[in-house]
Design a binder for this molecule. Sequence first.
Ligand SMILES: [Zn+2]
Length: 453
Amino acid sequence: MILIEHGTVITLDRERRILADGSVLVDGRDILQVGRAAEVTPPRQPDRVIDARRAVVLPGFVDTHVHLSEHLTRGLLLDDIPVDRYLPDWLIPLYSVITPEEERASALLACVEMLRTGTTTFCEAGTLFDVPAVADVVEEIGMRAILGRWTWDREGGPGRMQQTTEEALRANEEMIERVHGRAGGRIGAWPLLLGFGTCSEVLMRGARRLAERYRVGWGMMHFASHPSRKTADRIPLAELDAMGLLGPTTKLAHMVYVDDGDIALLARRGVKISHCPTAGLKHVKGLAAHSKVPEMLARGICVSLGGDSGNGSNHFDMLRMMYLVSTIYKDSRLDVGVMPPEQALEMATRRGAAALLLEREIGSLERGKRADLVLYDADTPEWRPLLNPVNNLVYAATGASVRTVLVDGRVVLDDGRLTTIDERALYARVERLAREQIARAGLPIESKWPIIR
Ligand SMILES: [Zn+2]
């Protein structure tokens, strides 16, 4: 039993209560009580009491679209590479040579970054190869995740990048059998298709059927994302609907190019959307001019946030994503009232949980939910004065103020120190493996400015 007491608790509960002097009592992996400090009464002596007097307590964030395997080569791609050459010239060569050891190190780096910036749950973008090895990493560091493997059938590529529809579906089924439900249920596995027009109708239908059979969600991870028709990722939504592919267990990432008819259809079918503001901006998807996130939210569509990739957004910091999503649309609509910070925070928590079909377990601090929570150090300049905690969080705070993180009731970051892994050893391994992978892929490590060694 862990008692976190006397904190400023942003509960995200039904009434969206913010407790100025609140406590959270954790029993095992669950939240047993949340309320005013005076009203939280442990039935027995807690094993540990965490003084949150100078802390802000929040539910852990949920990131609904991250590429774990690209973190090992983060920042490799220069800005003068056209976006539509990323995949064929850089990412496919890198993916085609990645080893299980490299995939593990890359995933671990991504997980450390998420935990240190307040994210406790994520959904992988469906681009893993050795999913069981990555599940080991997630289990070890103690996070909650949905994982997915590289799945397409219309494109070829070197070696394992090639797969038939049948092979792609069989590999997904094997993955679900081996990984789903691991780590006491913390780890799930979904059929997650690459998208970008690389998936046949048979594959999409097969993925949906697989998801139904295993009672999980499924998704298309890159859809309606870019004005370039070369990526062929704009199958009309009505066509997908006619195939029976749109429903509350369908998750589509990006969805920048939607019209009013699409929005009505997405709302009617209860489709979940992962919006990726950082990648949208850096990949010049035309977010400010074209994206309809405020309109989708106004229609009640579940829009969550995704960090995307090591070369597409370059970070998985949810605080920076919330800042962007709160400000881009204010500017493009010339309306400061668009996308208030409370909405951004809901996207990062409750809506993220709903997108992963985990709304009964996570996304808010409420009795009976899993104890996934984050303590921010309020004795930092960005949190003072603490007049409106949500404004501080979305507009001012950085991941640097994350001090303590619990996932499933376990303290995984304890006053700034990771309890489950050797972080320094990881960074040394990442430096070595990154260079080895890039060399095997035959790619250069370039810099516009000379790096003197
Ligand atoms: Zn992506």
